[in-house]
Design a protein around this ligand. Sequence first.
Ligand code: NYM
Ligand code: MG
Length: 215
Amino acid sequence: AIMGRIKRGALIVFEGVDRSGKSTQCKKLVESLKKQNVKAHFMAFPDRTTSTGKLIDEYLRNKDCKVNDHAMHLLFSANRWENVDKMKAFLNDGITLIVDRYSYSGIAYSAAKKNMEIDWCKQPENGLPKPDKVLFLMVNQEEIMLRPDFGNERYENREIQKKVFEVYQQLFKENDNFESIDSARSIEDVQVEVLKKTLETIKSVENLPLSTLDF
Ligand code: NYM
Ligand code: MG
């Protein structure tokens, strides 16, 4: 008998400024998918558990920690490269990956810095698995500043978030895999939309090869 080829999982990435609801939506989405018997796995970047992740965690939590901005950018990228084999294994096994932040965060947060060129920031991301869909959560900036916990880590201030949002908008225009989601609604309403988009994406890519990022 001819064996049916395993359909690959989809690579779904959530992006957005800090506190835009990404983590909440990602976790709910994985649960919703599993309830529908869709194989899914949650991942987040930075992955703070690896050796590069520990350095990144220290850098984010300790605002006095001084590291060259370019070196730091490459470290965030290395943190993704460290996970490539694992990601491909999941996808090839037919497991959909729901990922909280990815290369677009890397580019947006680094290019928001004064001395950093966006084109330079894109380069180390080239060759990584390309997300089939980027769900870009949009919220009112002022509202975010009022949310609890805002301001605990590096980058969590008004000026930086505003610049980050501007770079995100540029990335949104340049990349056809981006989809904007109005996240200024109830968690449940947002979830209905992200679940729908995710299921559509899973169906549309299951027989297509995985692409690689090419900025
Ligand atoms: N961040 C995240 C970067 O600066 N570059 C990256 O490549 C990634 C993935 O880390 N403020 C920043 C954005 C966030 C911070 O992420 C921690 P989170 O999702 O808030 O834990
Ligand atoms: Mg954060």
